[in-house]
Design a protein around this ligand. Structure first.
Ligand code: NAD
Length: 505
């Protein structure tokens, strides 16, 4: 019998690999096997990483170089990461259950493109702006500067480990900050590799630090640390609330990208074939573990049965299987706990009156007897007040609800604590745009889904988040504003001091 060697990956603190006595297993969701281990970092490791980041920031080795120099180093890192893309894809595949097609194109492909976009922003961003000269209250010139914040903490979820971390690290570095990352404990490998590539390609030691550890210990310490000036978080709404609370003691800047319960609104003039495929793509990509998944399909009552029939017919063609196989469309879910949680939601929905049109169970036999699988599931007869329509299931589960007017569709879509994404399917652009205007959501896609474009802002309404990532203003959230005013007249008679010093000579 051959023994598979399990690689141990170290944290990156101050440019060095750092280990601890305790290890955390990295598990392949395909079969539940342990494929690697990482150190279980504690609060002391977060403290060491923040200290390294702080001293590097204060040294000016990154914060005080020109934006052009930072852009040039970031481009070199991007090129080296691109050359190592196969390895990054492999590290993502083994840990997070993305299929090889998704991991190549989306998880790693987008991540590296977006990192280069942030390098570009370093060069084009408006670092200082002259305000109009003023004669009142004094003759003066003012300049508004954008300066880095200092130490930025980034806390990332399991689903797009490199992409969503680089959405924070990219603009933070472009702006001259130093960063401490706390990846999700299940999926830290690609970011650890990226940090090593960054150090090998000109990023000074201590500018980018990665502490592997649990959320409740390492994550909580980072969110509360007094020397961290900003926390950028992507994850569940529940943990987002806790992050905000922890950050409030030291009034940190906070951006939050949280959960969603995206509606996919099929208007009655839609191309039903396009809409059916689009709704399935919106829901089942990466086993429904995407914050912008369209998990609630809203369909006109008169088209309901026909549309469900098409959805089921097309969903039956989704190939579930090993994530390494290029023919696989959908892989497993992240872990056993999440698998059980998803199946529980389906069981409760059935008890509440929902009809299982497809799936609803764990696939059986062969590879499915190990690992964490849930079959693509479509439920009809769902009401918007049922938990399966209100709560984020984060699995391959689509619920279909019917409506009788566009107003009712908009009302159901907006009747949610979340407001991250929505899609609208229609052949009438005017009608689709006017429907989009009434949707309470940070992202609305017409006749498409999952359109993540780094050149436009991304974020949520309501309990889906706070602030925006991406877009030309992405660096705003990683800088602070300083206004410097130079008084141009030093004649004491022109100053307003007499308001206070009325008895002075
Ligand atoms: P999660 O909230 O469980 O964990 C996210 C991160 O927070 C992990 O690194 C975890 O270790 C850390 N964490 C947990 N408890 C913490 C604490 N008390 N203090 C500090 N950090 C803590 O989320 P998840 O299960 O990894 O990811 C799924 C969730 O993320 C879903 O809700 C999904 O919608 C959301 N998400 C949102 C976006 C977006 O852009 N809006 C993108 C992807 C995922």
């Amino acid at each position: 019998m051959t023994t598979v060697e399990i690689e141990h990956h170290l944290m990156r603190i101050g440019g060095r690999g750092v280990d601890t006595d305790q290890r955390m297993p990295i598990v392949d969701p395909n079969d539940g096997s342990v494929v690697a281990t990482v150190p279980r970092g504690g609060a002391e490791h977060v403290d060491a990483a923040v200290a390294a980041a702080k001293s590097t920031f204060e040294s000016g080795v990154w914060s005080a170089v020109t934006p052009q120099e930072r852009a040039s180093v970031m481009r070199r890192i991007g090129a080296a990461a691109h050359a190592a893309a196969d390895k990054l894809v492999e590290l993502e595949l083994v840990a997070n259950g993305a299929t090889v097609r998704q991991a190549t194109g989306f998880h790693i492909g987008y991540a590296l493109d977006h990192f280069n976009y942030f390098a570009e922003l370093a060069e084009t961003y408006s670092w200082q702006q002259a305000a109009p000269s003023s004669t009142s209250p004094a003759l003066s010139e003012s300049v508004v500067h954008r300066e880095p914040i200092g130490v930025v903490g980034a806390i990332a979820p399991f689903n797009f480990p490199l992409l969503l971390t680089l959405w924070k690290v990219g603009p933070a570095l472009a702006a001259g900050n130093s960063v401490v990352v706390k990846p999700d404990e299940r999926t830290p490998l690609s970011m650890l590799e990226f940090a090593r590539i960054a150090e090998d390609n000109g990023l000074p030691p201590g500018v980018l630090n990665i502490v592997t550890g649990t959320g409740s210990v390492a994550g909580a310490r980072l969110a509360a640390h007094p020397d961290v000036g900003k926390i950028a978080f992507t994850g569940s709404t529940q943990v987002g609330r806790e992050i905000m609370r922890l950050a409030s003691d030291t009034i940190k800047q906070v951006t939050l990208e949280l959960g969603g319960k995206g509606p996919s609104i099929v208007l009655d003039d839609a191309d039903l074939n396009l809409a059916a495929d689009g709704v399935l793509f919106g829901c089942f990509l990466y086993s429904g573990q995407v914050c912008v998944s369209g998990t609630r399909a809203l369909v006109p009552t008169r088209l309901h049965d026909e549309f469900v029939r098409r959805l089921v017919e097309r969903a039956k063609t989704i190939v579930v299987g090993s994530t390494r196989d290029w023919d696989t469309d959908m892989g497993p879910v992240i872990d056993a706990k999440q698998q059980e949680r998803i199946l529980d939601y389906i069981r409760s929905a059935e008890v509440g009156g929902a009809t299982v049109e497809l799936g609803g169970h764990r696939p059986e036999g062969g590879q499915f007897d190990r690992g964490f699988w849930v079959a693509p599931t479509i439920l009809s007869n769902v009401r918007n007040d049922m938990p399966i329509a209100r709560e984020e299931v984060f699995g391959p589960v689509l619920v279909v609800m019917s409506y009788d007017s566009d107003e009712e569709a908009v009302a159901i879509a907006n009747d949610s604590d979340y407001g991250l994404s929505a899609s609208i399917w229609s052949n009438d652009n005017e009608r689709a745009l006017s429907t989009a205007a009434r949707i309470q959501s940070g992202n609305v896609w017409i006749n498409n889904a999952h359109q993540i474009n780094c050149q436009v802002p991304f974020g949520g309404y309501k309990q889906s988040g706070l602030g925006r990532e991406l877009g030309p203003n992405a660096l705003d959230s990683y800088t602070q504003v300083k206004t410097v005013q130079l008084d141009l007249n030093n004649d004491p008679g022109t100053k307003p001091f007499g308001i206070l010093l009325s008895h002075a000579d």
